[in-house]
Design a protein around this ligand. Structure first.
Ligand code: C2E
Ligand code: MG
Ligand code: MG
Length: 541
């Protein structure tokens, strides 16, 4: 057995060629697992160097040496070659083949034509491209995004999936994502240290939510505890690579793992239903974002968890802030609990509508009253009309897009109208008045509720007054006089009044008409009423 001792730079450089020739440089494999199902979704090949005399060398020691001496390129191609051989072996032995991710140093992109070289190797071994993924690091972009983009395009051209390694470790992560068409995000280990939640948790959550929008699967690296894995899962990140499931394994150990575990392919956390290009949605200059910000009216994007009934707001546009903000700004809204403003009854209406939208896969609408209490406006109740539609789904979570409108004024006016209609109804009843309205150009008559209830009239009587005369409700001997009234009114007479015996019982009523004109003096509508003639003597008795 060889005792491990650290080799210095000179020793590493001197041993390099032989290490490549004799496979002293080789791959360990670390499984990537879906924490929800326990199935393997892939593995990462990690470079190892085992010197016959000095034993295992740390990647953190020898990789920088290889990089600064222009040797990483050769080492990476060698590792890629070994990975292809390994996959071939799995295929030959009839084992499940899991996709293997291979690391690409930024120097591979700067100095040489790495993409063409790996493609030659892949073809030599005839390995289907779906079994290989390439990891590039965020830091590759330091040397210029164009170079990386070019390599990425060529990798995609050959059909390789590309992973962004160590995502979140650099400060320009979001920009990189905007510019590069990445297939899988690997969350940097830095997020897994420290306590759960807090500021790190918020950033982590934002990255995961954003990745969902981009339809990009996320693999969290360096997950060591069950607690961390569960925390990630709660945010919708199920893919995990870390000591919790397995340390990097030598080939034999990894082959055993492949035999022991089931496999499933990586999938985007949130399957988006719409045709909208969600990648562009996060780019403030994109047409999608401009449309969202300027043309769709007030709108909000949120997720609803059907399992625990919670909701989270991800995005609101400026109009939303103006329409419903109540003095809150975008930041306040994004960080508030969307349920907070509802009372029990309105929350039920709102949730039921979301569920309806989920079931119908169509737009659903509801009006809900909400209470907002802000420093600026104090306690205020407003009514919001929401048109909701499901645009994505991931596990128990649904992504909801909702157009909203503040309908408080309309609602209040309607309530007042209902109130006055109520008053009017009782007034009519107490005064024993029947009322109706005749449109003088269409001859449509609209009776009041009492006419409909007591006289059996429909809501609209066409060709007035003929059907009423025909029915006997209006006496035949007064018919011509009444037709003449209609004519007079069309000619502009503004008041008419007579006692007419109505109904089969020929009960005397005072029938009156008052007219409404347009701005040119043309008669529009005639308002009729009938009040029972009360005998004064009877009354005084
Ligand atoms: P990386 O690509 O981000 O690889 C992940 C590193 O995290 C690996 O370290 C892995 O062993 C380690 N790791 C995995 N799970 C856990 C965990 O739960 N806890 C902790 N503490 N660590 C975990 P490793 O193998 O030492 O590799 C270090 C870095 O060296 C890699 O980071 C990668 O940047 C580079 N590297 C590895 N293999 C290659 C290669 O073939 N080519 C190139 N160019 N770079 C490589
Ligand atoms: Mg890596
Ligand atoms: Mg990494």
């Amino acid at each position: 057995m060889v005792a491990n001792s650290r080799m210095n730079e000179q020793e590493l450089l001197a041993a390099f060629d032989e290490a490549i020739e004799n496979d002293h440089i080789f791959a360990y494999f670390q499984p990537q697992v879906n924490h929800s199902t326990g199935r393997m979704v892939g593995a990462e090949a990690l470079m190892r160097w085992k010197d016959p005399e000095c034993g295992m060398q740390y990647p953190s020691d020898f990789i920088p040496v290889l990089e600064s001496n222009g040797l990483i390129y050769k080492a990476d191609l060698h590792l890629f070659d070994m990975v292809c051989r390994f996959i071939n072996k799995c295929i030959d032995e009839g084992l499940t083949v899991v996709p293997i991710s291979v690391n690409l140093s930024r120097y591979d992109i700067y100095d040489r034509d790495y993409v063409e070289e790996i493609e030659k190797i892949r073809q030599k071994y005839d390995v289907p491209v779906k079994y290989l993924r390439i990891e590039i690091t965020e830091s590759s972009a330091i040397g210029g995004i164009k170079l990386v983009k070019n390599a990425l395009d060529r990798l995609h051209g050959y059909g390789y999936l590309v992973e962004m390694d160590d995502f979140g470790s650099g400060y320009s992560s979001l920009n990189i994502l905007k510019d590069l068409d990445i297939d899988i995000i690997k969350l940097d280990m830095i997020f897994m240290s420290g306590k759960l939640g807090g500021r790190g948790g918020t950033i982590l959550n934002s990255i995961i939510q954003m990745a969902k929008w981009l339809q990009t699967p996320v693999i969290a690296e360096g997950v060591e505890t069950m607690e961390m894995a569960n925390f990630l899962k709660s945010m919708g990140c199920n893919y995990i690579q870390g000591y919790l499931y397995s340390k990097p394994l030598e080939e034999a150990g990894f082959l055993q793992k492949i035999k022991d575990m089931d496999y499933e392919p990586v999938q985007s956390a949130m399957q988006l239903i719409t045709d909208m290009d969600n990648g562009k949605f996060w780019d403030p200059d994109s047409m999608e974002a401009i449309i969202f910000s300027n043309f769709v009216g007030p709108a909000v994007v949120m997720t609803y968890d059907i399992y625990d009934h919670s909701a989270e707001i991800h995005r609101v546009n400026e109009q939303y802030v103006r329409e419903i903000g109540r003095g809150q700004d975008e930041y306040d809204i994004l960080n508030s609990d969307p349920w907070e403003c509802f009372d029990e009854e309105n929350l039920k209406i709102y949730e039921e509508t979301i569920k309806k939208a989920i079931a119908s896969d169509d737009e659903e609408m509801c009006d809900t009253w909400r209470s907002y209490c802000t420093k600026l406006c104090g306690e205020e109740k407003i009514c919001i009309r929401s048109h909701m539609r499901v645009v994505g789904k991931g596990g128990d979570k649904y992504l909801i897009y909702s157009r909203v409108r503040n309908v408080t004024t309309e609602k209040k006016a309607l309530m007042e109208l209902n109130n006055s209609e109520h008053l009017l109804k009782y007034g009519f009843e107490h005064a024993n008045v029947y009322a109706w309205e005749v449109n003088l150009s269409t001859f449509e008559m609209h009776p009041c509720f009492r006419c409909m209830r007591d006289l059996g009239l429909p809501p609209v009587v066409k060709n007035y007054p003929e059907p009423v005369i025909e029915s006997g409700l209006f006496p035949a001997d007064y018919a011509d006089m009444y037709r003449d009234w209609m004519k007079q009114m069309r000619d502009g007479v503004d008041n008419l009044e007579a006692v007419i015996p109505l109904t089969a019982g020929r009960i005397p009523f005072i029938v009156r008409y008052t007219l409404e004109y347009d701005e040119n003096g043309k008669p529009l509508k005639a308002f009729g009423s009938a009040t029972l003639v009360v005998d004064n003597e009877e009354k005084s008795e």
